[in-house]
Design a protein. Structure first.
Length: 320
């Protein structure tokens, strides 16, 4: 569900941003507004980012190879990280540069919007409607998998990168449109281009901030995150419910991709159990663990051991 929902959100955002980028750039050519130029580059960068997310999703589906035996699931994280870099450089830094340039023009008495004054306001209002529709799609698809988590918790804990990326991009786009609308409107009212420059600068700061948040989250996923506490509890319960398994002594999990998880665990079996019985117990434990989390693909490695009575302290417990 997360992959399909993520794709729908990406396509909705891509369609919106391509149309918005063109209209904003036409408005910039007619008026010379730096806010419009920053917003058009922002929308163009977002369109490229959505293309990168689609490419990452396609490449992540490649079958495992001898050189990459665990597959390519983490390519989705890699392309999410590239998106954060594009948003930071092409979107944020460009807007800050344009704001600096426009500010100096305004101080020299230039930079006011003198022709086609109604165009940027009309474009920004239309863009707000289109971005709002895209944002609504992202919220709807995210709610299918968010559960009871708050929005910050969802963004920080989501294992599929597409929905958090689209959510943050659309949120930044809507706030950026407000900044641009304020800057353009105040410039039209006062004839002072400094307001347009200020709006552009706020857009740049916003995009840099969102890019840093995305980069931090994608870095964590690339390094390898464990299964969520809810999934982990179900996996352990499934293993321990198998006949012949006394308990899980300790375990490790790591996401190979949004829906692929490696599970390595040491399990306690009865002292003196036969090898055939231990093998049957391990097979049953693996089957029950997979049944407990049908939304994940598990690659399970279980090591049988004798229970020494040491308490389970979670995934950080040192191997015995």
């Amino acid at each position: 569900m997360s992959a399909e929902g993520g794709t729908r959100a990406i396509l909705a955002a891509l369609a919106a941003n391509l149309g918005i980028a063109v209209t904003k750039f036409v408005a910039f050519l007619l008026t010379g507004s730096s806010s419009m130029l920053a917003e058009s580059v922002h929308s163009l960068a977002d369109s490229g980012n959505q293309g990168l997310l689609l490419l990452g999703g396609r490449r992540a589906k490649r079958a495992a190879t001898p050189e990459h035996p665990f597959g390519f699931g983490r390519e989705r994280y890699l392309y999410g990280f590239i998106v954060s870099i594009v948003l930071f450089s092409v979107g944020g830094l460009f807007a800050l540069y344009e704001a600096y340039h426009k500010w100096h023009e305004a101080q020299a008495g230039h930079g006011a919007i003198e022709s086609w004054a109604w165009v940027p306001v009309a474009v920004l209002l239309a863009a707000t409607v289109m971005e709002g529709l895209s944002f609504r799609t992202a919220i709807h698809e995210s709610n299918q998998v968010r559960g009871s988590r708050s929005w910050p918790q969802f963004i920080r804990s989501a294992k599929a990168p597409e929905l958090p990326v689209i959510l943050l991009e659309d949120f930044a786009a809507l706030v950026g449109l407000v900044f641009a609308l304020l800057g353009v409107s105040l410039t039209l009212l006062t004839g002072n281009g400094s307001w347009d420059a200020a709006g552009t600068g706020l857009i740049g700061v916003l995009l840099v901030t969102v890019a840093i948040v995305l980069a931090v989250e994608m870095k964590s996923l690339l390094l390898g995150e464990s299964a969520t506490p809810g999934h982990l509890a179900k996996i352990v319960a499934g293993i321990e419910s198998a006949p012949g398994i006394e308990r899980v002594i300790h375990q490790r999990t790591v996401h190979l991709g949004p829906e692929e998880v490696v599970v390595a665990a040491k399990v306690a079996v009865a002292r003196g159990a036969k090898a055939e019985d231990i093998a049957d117990a391990i097979n049953a434990a693996e089957a029950r663990a997979r049944a407990a989390v049908p939304d994940l693909t598990l690659l399970i490695y279980l090591e049988p051991d004798i229970d020494t009575g040491r308490p389970v302290t979670g995934p950080e417990a040192p191997p015995s």
